[in-house]
Ligand binder design. Structure first.
Ligand code: AHR
Length: 515
């Protein structure tokens, strides 16, 4: 019943502008030049991250060929099909903190003979290594994604990393390439990106920036090859500009440095804040904290500019997303959390930030793909549910590879206590076929926003749109009611002369296609 009520409510919201009160409280405006020459939004900005952590891979992606759960060569069919619809551009694997304890040789060969290891970082869970190198590359091919291998620096060597790359990519008759063939893969795979270490200032080995920078260069020396993977040096967290500085002042061998930034409602790692059942103060605080991503990117970009004014090096936001207190009753080491409408808005706000900095930010990997943190998908046994975050990613697929169009936005503030931020966010891009896509977010949970949009070069063009909202700030898609939060057609935009008027429902994301 709850699911059906949710759907009827969403449809009513989609039609709301027809019956909206004449006097709305939020009036915002935006100006976009649809003819502008923008920076290309790298599709990889919509990238994903899958770590050996809890049920992120085992159960979430991999169930094995003998499972009663429908699968393709051991990969859950439902999850693979959902990810294909998402046009996942790239997947980062195998971690995360796990990367720096992962021995790649444990994950090749007959599955029933692979060792069982302990996942030190995530509850000492037994890792059966059933999802290893062949499974990762097979999975990436199945969903049509590029590959991002994060190699082990913490407990590994440059030699082991080099051998892994050879095993995966060599067309030669070397012993390692032959071993790959003996394990069933004749043709080499492509590694698109290599990450050197993960959080080397923490779980990667508690190194200082001065210790890590030369180590990263040494790894890069042995992993770099003509036409080979782009090399990403394991980067900073938050505003640790000194870490970025240490890497980019002598970036020999690197194509990029990474950045990790999570959104905790409270900002406190001991009590992060509830995933659902939160109040409006937490709602507002969460968005204010997630918007910090912009100042962090600007800060790291400024450091990079000093050494690389040409933007040769990319900034890769290799881990981002919400991090809440774990779902009660679950293993806290498995980082399972509910995913609500709030998470969809978090995703949309971050996409807008990444678009604005697309000249430097050329990949981002949300943490994580399935069942962990701000996941796209939740699974339980044979059931699967798509989260509000999934829907945000899916609605933004037209932005992948499109030209970002700068938007000048004027919005009143949404104020809760001492937390104040713009109520309305707008981002736009032009795709290869010339259509313009405009995404709008209204973070006010109660008030509709009327946005007046000047879209130079597009007056009166054909319009279509989709809306994501829900009855409550913390509405979720549960296994019992999987369609409570889902996109519906949006009819709240119309041309008023040369301007577009968009009636943006409270707490919503809208993506319009113009022309
Ligand atoms: O995504 C979960 C963990 O968060 C990753 O393993 C680690 O890199 C980060 O601290």
């Amino acid at each position: 019943m709850a699911g059906r009520f949710g759907m009827a409510w969403a449809v009513a919201a989609a039609l709301a502008w027809v019956a909206a009160p004449a006097q709305a409280e939020i009036r915002a405006s935006a100006s976009i030049d649809a003819r502008a020459e923008g920076v290309r939004i790298a599709p990889e900005i919509y990238g994903q991250f899958a770590e050996h952590l809890g049920t992120g891979i085992e159960d979430g992606i991999w169930v094995g060929e003998d499972s009663s759960i429908p699968n393709i060569r051991g990969f859950r069919r439902d999850v693979v099909e959902a990810l294909r619809r998402l046009k996942v551009p790239v997947v980062r694997w195998p971690g995360g903190c796990f990367a720096d304890i992962y021995r790649w040789r444990d994950g090749i060969g007959p599955r029933d003979r692979r060792p069982v290891t302990l996942n030190k970082w995530w509850g000492n869970a037994e890792e059966r290594n059933r999802f290893g190198t062949h499974e990762f590359f097979d999975f990436a091919e199945l969903i049509g994604a590029k590959t991002y291998l994060n190699v082990n620096v913490g407990t590994g060597t440059a030699g082991e990393a080099r051998e892994w790359l050879e095993y995966v990519t060599s067309p030669s008759g070397s012993t390692l390439a032959q071993l790959r063939r003996a394990h069933g893969r004749e043709r080499p795979w492509r590694v698109d990106y290599i990450g050197i270490g993960n959080e080397m200032w923490g779980c990667g080995g508690n190194l200082t920036a001065a210790e890590f920078a030369p180590l990263a260069r040494r790894f890069a020396t042995f992993l770099r090859e003509e036409g080979g993977p782009r090399i990403i040096a394991g980067g900073a967290t938050g505003d640790d500009h000194g870490w970025t500085e240490a890497l980019v002042r002598d970036p020999r061998g690197f194509d990029a440095v990474s950045l990790h930034q999570y959104t905790l409602p409270t900002g406190d790692w001991t009590t992060k804040g509830a995933a659902v059942g939160f109040d409006e103060a937490a709602w507002a605080q969460t968005f204010q904290r997630t918007r910090r991503m912009e100042e962090l990117i600007v800060g790291h970009d400024a450091v990079m500019d000093r050494h690389d004014a040409e933007n040769r090096l990319a900034l890769i936001v290799a881990e981002w997303g919400s991090w809440y207190d774990p779902t009660p009753g679950t293993n806290s080491a498995f980082l399972q959390q509910e995913n609500s409408l709030r998470d969809a808005l978090i995703a949309a706000l971050n996409f807008a930030i990444f678009h604005r900095h697309a000249d430097r930010v050329r990949m981002a990997n949300i943490a994580q793909m399935v069942n962990v943190l701000q996941a796209m998908i939740h699974t339980r046994g044979e059931r699967m549910v798509l989260t509000p975050t999934y829907h945000a990613f899916e609605m933004f697929t037209p932005f992948q590879g499109a030209q970002a169009l700068p938007a000048q936005v004027t919005s009143p503030d949404y104020v809760v206590g001492d937390v104040s931020q713009p109520a309305v966010e707008v981002t736009a891009a032009r795709d290869a076929a010339g259509a313009v896509h405009v995404a709008l977010v209204n973070v006010d949970p109660d008030e509709e926003a009327i946005v007046s949009l000047a879209l130079a070069g597009r007056g009166q063009a054909a319009l279509s749109g989709r809306l994501l909202t829900a009855e409550r700030m913390d509405s979720v898609n549960s296994f019992g009611a999987p369609e409570t939060v889902r996109p519906v057609p949006f009819n709240g935009a119309r041309w008023l002369g040369e301007r577009l008027e968009v009636r943006l429902p409270a707490k919503s994301v809208v993506v319009l296609r113009v022309g």
